[in-house]
Ligand binder design. Structure first.
Ligand SMILES: [Zn+2]
Length: 815
């Protein structure tokens, strides 16, 4: 129950004005609701003010022809590359910049030299900077990495760089970049061609923690074991040349991913004849590399309800036992993709299922998975199904999946995305009895990672954002959507995507703005994945609502499919298409390190004075008598002390009959004069208000976290009813530190309790100051934490269920 604090207010209309305007601090006011246009780049003919590609939008076209040979024993790749480059920019180019990603593994690369001890750096198990909890020690992982790097010659060998006429081209290698000086300037609208030969030694993924590499399986039946190869960043790729940054040739440091051009690929991959190859693109020579039976199964899979095995487990196991000196060449073509990756192994089984998408773009998509026996039932049941589910959900938010295949490949890489193909890590565990089991966490990981990586085929493989600069544009948008898809798969699984789950990060000292360049972000996971995903969830469910959000988001995807959006294009499109000014939201969530903590400090009830002394004086008296009796008086009474006036009744006077609340005609005349002096509308308003006798509550809020957000209230009443009130964030626009809100309820509708953000929608960091009156805190923060670390999901129930129940007299029990 709220203890009413009575404050007089003669006329309601004069209640609020003025006071807050004085208290607000100007700097805060400007920061929270200042227009974003002064931060965003000026709209131009390439990117307009609506956040759309402008009428002179352009991007380069880069087509690749590659012939590559996988030398299995040497774990080496040798290839020749021909690039056709079309300059669609309005600028004349005298040189081209290429990305030599393999050079990151050279011992003198900038990435190697600048990796801080126990700090953040490479992709992989390094301690996250700034968490300060882990002791400084040399891990086995680090030792293994050092040894591998010492034992192997890594990085690209590049030679024979020639233009289309066979003339040599001058090249300059700068770390992970290479500049090719053109023999003739490349004018706008012109194309040029060059070719080169290259080779490199493939890294062992588990040793160096890269985004591709090989994994060795020493226990396979074949003498010497087998490998799975996942090949990515495996050819010199053109840097993007853009309208907003010209050459995007920032050094590859490992974290910030890739900024790439669209083009067509024609790739021939020569591998051992018993290997199965999965790649970006559609297979051109199935008749040469697949058996008649395999082709028949692939056809069957097009209309199958569940995935059909193109290579069965038994066949894969048979393959695993031997090797071959013969080789086969698999040829793939891919149109309008921004990259190409592939995988090859004799260990792969292969299942496929047609996704009948309908529409004109790509009515049939083949969803396919490639995995070794180690993938087990986890992969057989869920990988390909998760690929299909992803397309169903993501296309609703964007566009039809435009490519002929969507693939999930198991190997050493935990999770990585490329056009039409993804690498996903989770596996089963081999038990002593020969069975393979997995924990619920591994199940969640497999489904989650497949959704996430296949989701990346939309963002950024099709909506081609600049990953090197803004990780959140692909990871954040994709994490938001994988959350949507995850909830639609099985809402009982803890996907870790609710707004409340980003709170710890947002109050931490390691937070940096989301708009920080990828390699400089301190904690990439919460910064580039979880926080933007939480922000977009809040934008969708709480601020815009699904109808406006989904329309605007889809518009963004549609506008930028096959094109290159920047953050401003996203921000502008979301505002322009939803019709809602979101400058404050982008500022707070993407440009600042503020967190959300709104406190409901006080609720008081205002009384409407009627000005009629016969009513108001009586009320004043009742209020006065409502005070507790003073202790002195109470003790006097207990002692039986009798007052003088009681003992001397004969000396009574006028004031013993009339107290200070006695009304005289003087007050009545004043009241009548007041009523007469009112305008007709004022009198009518007052009379009606007096008659209706409503309750006027004032709620006082303070903004402790800095981030302005909507105020969502659950109002509980004495009659047992309850209602929710949603106040837009704009309530803070003139006073971002503290605001008051008047809530009027009908006579008899008494407010008993108010709760702020009752459904934890806004990532409010301290929910205890959301209750009025404050509640008794039900449990300590520590209790939550210890429960989390022992989460039941980490148990391998599939194995544990086999445990025999032990009797009381069992030996084990007595120990
Ligand atoms: Zn990702």
């Amino acid at each position: 129950m709220i203890k009413p604090l009575l404050v007089s207010a003669a006329l309601l209309c004069s209640l609020q004005a003025g006071a807050d305007a004085i208290r607000q601090t100007k700097g805060d006011f400007e920061d929270k609701f200042r227009q974003l246009d002064e931060v965003l780049p000026t709209p131009n003919v390439y990117r307009n003010a609506a956040g759309e590609p402008g009428h002179q939008y352009w991007q380069q076209q880069v087509d690749y022809k590659i012939q590559a040979r996988l030398l299995e024993e040497k774990r080496r790749l040798e290839a020749s590359l021909t690039v056709h480059y079309r300059n669609n920019s309005p600028d004349t180019l005298r040189y081209l910049w290429l990305q030599l990603d393999q050079n990151i593994f050279k011992s003198d690369s900038m990435a190697e030299l600048t990796t801080a001890f126990a700090g953040i750096g490479r992709r992989g198990p390094a301690t996250e900077a700034g968490d300060g909890k882990k002791p400084a020690k040399l891990s086995m992982d680090e030792l293994r990495r050092q040894q591998f790097m010492a034992d192997h010659q890594l990085g690209y060998d590049i030679k024979d760089v020639m233009d289309g006429t066979g003339k040599p081209l001058k090249v300059t290698i700068v770390g992970t970049n290479m500049r090719i000086d053109l023999n003739q300037p490349l004018k706008p609208g012109q194309s040029t061609e060059f070719s080169l030969n290259y080779a490199y030694n493939i890294v062992e993924e588990n040793a160096v923690s890269a985004r591709g590499g090989y994994e060795h399986f020493p226990k396979d039946a074949r003498a010497g074991g087998n490998d799975i190869f996942q090949l990515a960043q495996w050819f010199p790729r053109l840097h993007a040349y853009t309208d907003y940054e010209a050459w995007t040739n920032k050094e590859f440091l490992g974290r910030g991913e890739f900024t790439l051009e669209f083009g067509n690929y024609d790739v021939e991959l020569t591998v051992p004849a018993d290997h199965i190859v999965a790649a970006t693109g559609s297979l051109q020579n199935a008749d040469k590399v697949l058996t008649r039976e395999q082709r028949k199964r692939l056809k069957e899979a097009e209309k199958a309800k569940r995935p059909v095995f193109v290579v069965t487990e038994a066949e894969a196991l048979e393959n695993e036992k031997e090797g071959t000196n013969a080789s086969k060449t698999w040829r793939f073509k891919a149109e309008n993709v921004r990259d190409f990756a592939w995988a090859s192994s004799r260990k792969f089984m292969w299942d496929a299922k047609g996704y009948q998408q309908g529409g004109d773009t790509q009515p049939l998509v083949m969803a396919m998975s490639f995995y070794p026996k180690e993938g087990g039932d986890l992969w057989k049941k869920y990988s390909t199904e998760a690929v299909v589910h992803t397309m169903q959900v993501y296309s609703r938010f964007s566009f039809d999946y435009p490519y002929p295949v969507a693939q999930s490949v198991n190997g050493p890489v935990g999770g990585m995305e490329y056009p039409m193909i993804t690498f996903n890590g989770p596996r089963t565990t081999l038990q002593d009895d020969g069975s393979r089991t997995y924990s619920q966490a591994e199940k969640r990981f497999l489904i989650g990672v497949v959704i996430h990586e296949v989701g990346h085929i939309y963002f950024p493989m099709l909506v081609n954002s600049d990953e090197r600069q803004w990780t959140w544009m692909d990871e954040g948008l994709n994490s938001f959507l994988d959350g949507v898809a995850g909830r639609e798969w099985d809402s009982d699984m803890p996907w870790g995507i609710e707004p409340s789950e980003i709170v710890d990060y947002m109050v931490s000292s390691t937070q940096v703005p989301i708009m920080t360049q990828s390699d400089s972000v301190l904690r990439l996971g919460p910064n580039a994945y979880t926080k933007p995903a939480a922000a977009l969830t809040i934008l969708r469910e709480t601020i815009l609502g699904r109808e406006l959000f989904d329309f605007a988001f889809k518009e963004y995807a549609r506008r930028w499919q096959y094109k290159r959006p920047t953050p401003a294009d996203f921000f502008r499109t979301m505002e322009e298409a939803s019709g809602v000014d979101l400058d404050w939201f982008w500022r707070g969530w993407f440009y600042s390190t503020d967190h959300v903590d709104i406190s409901l400090d006080k609720v008081y009830k205002l009384r409407l004075d009627t000005e009629n002394p016969d009513i108001d004086f009586a009320r004043d008296k009742a209020q006065d008598l409502d005070k507790p009796m003073s202790m002195s008086l109470e003790n006097n009474r207990k002692q039986g002390i009798r007052e003088w006036r009681e003992l001397n009744q004969d000396l009574k006077d006028f004031y013993d009959e009339n107290d200070r609340w006695t009304v005289t005609n003087k007050e009545r005349n004043k009241y009548n004069k007041f009523i007469k002096g009112l305008e007709d509308w004022e009198r009518a308003a007052l009379e009606r208000a007096v008659q209706e006798d409503k309750n006027y509550y004032v709620l006082e809020f303070s903004n402790l976290g800095g981030l302005v957000m909507p105020i969502i209230l659950k109002l509980d009443y004495a009659d047992g009813s309850s209602e929710t009130m949603r106040i837009p964030a704009e309530i803070w626009r003139r006073s971002p530190k503290e605001v008051k809100k008047l809530i009027v309820t009908d006579k008899g509708k008494e407010l008993t309790q108010v709760e702020l953000d009752p459904r934890w929608e806004t990532a409010d960091a301290d929910i205890e100051n959301n209750f009025y009156p404050r509640r008794i805190v039900p449990s300590r923060v520590e209790a939550y934490k210890s429960e989390k670390s022992k989460a039941k999901i980490h148990r391998d129930i599939m194995q544990d269920i086999k445990t025999e129940l032990k009797n009381d007299d069992d030996k084990d029990n007595k120990q």
